[in-house]
Design a protein around this ligand. Sequence first.
Ligand code: UD2
Ligand code: MN
Length: 290
Amino acid sequence: TIKHIGSTTGRNITGEILPDCPADPPHLQGSLEISFSNKPGTFDAIAADNPLGKDGGHFQPPFCKARSKVAIIIPFRNRDQHFQYFLHFMLPILQRQQLDFRIYIINQFGSGKFNRAKLMNIGFVEASKDYDFGCFVFHDVDLILENDKCLYTCPNNPRHLSVGVDKFNYRLPYSAIFGGVTELTREQFVKVNGYSNSFWGWGGEDDDMYSRIKTKGMNIMRYSSDISRYKMISHQRERGNEANPERFKMIQKTHQTMNQDGLNTLKYQVVSRDLHPTYTNITVNLFGPS
Ligand code: UD2
Ligand code: MN
């Protein structure tokens, strides 16, 4: 078996020092053909296709030392088929990018109002208990990258990755958008006190994060839309994720509320933590409104 050959120490199993991975990963393919017309494989089939992960889906390049340690945090409830597509398409890409990475599903327990932002805060805290991740990618489960040159590494300012999305004709719907797929380093995320915990239901949490970043004097970076390009798996708005009518008022006050609402006020309970071959599932109780 060739399992367990990645390295957390920068050495291979015989103790030899691995060279740093090149800045330009050599096996990238560029533009990719993504289609949802075939059903995705089962989780077992996906694991068989991607055998190099360690427990909980921690992947590391086998022959070089990765430049980035990346946690991919997916806020989630009841979207198994989307997640199967996600793994099917994204695992090979992330391995070609030669990242030291692990995918976390942060699964909201119960049928109360969905809270995407709070789930992402929990992902940050829980992933940080496992490993010294320096880069956090916050990722909608239904967005699939169409160009593997869009590297999931964190630059020196927060980055918005879902620049071109097919649903929006591959154009930004507004210039301050920060939803979909975003990246922050550990330091950047701590500096803004994480996301708000207070956005229950659909919308606003992404705009709130945009203001947090600006308030703390950072800028948003973006690749161009030919590289930062995604397809969204089509879906309806779920029950429990109805649009939040308070969101417009809330995002006017971000600069006043952000220091008392975020990582420093995060309360939740882990219901279960399950290590799967290609990902980690953490089911959490948010103690939110019903
Ligand atoms: C947009 C944003 C998204 C977020 C949302 C408002 C883009 C491309 N996307 O997405 O990032 O800001 O508006 O909250 O800008 N989810 C579940 N189960 C549910 C509901 C949601 O798993 O029942 C997760 C899943 O990862 C999903 C994400 O939350 O992709 C966002 O929800 P959505 O896809 O329903 O919202 P959408 O497409 O309007
Ligand atoms: Mn969506």
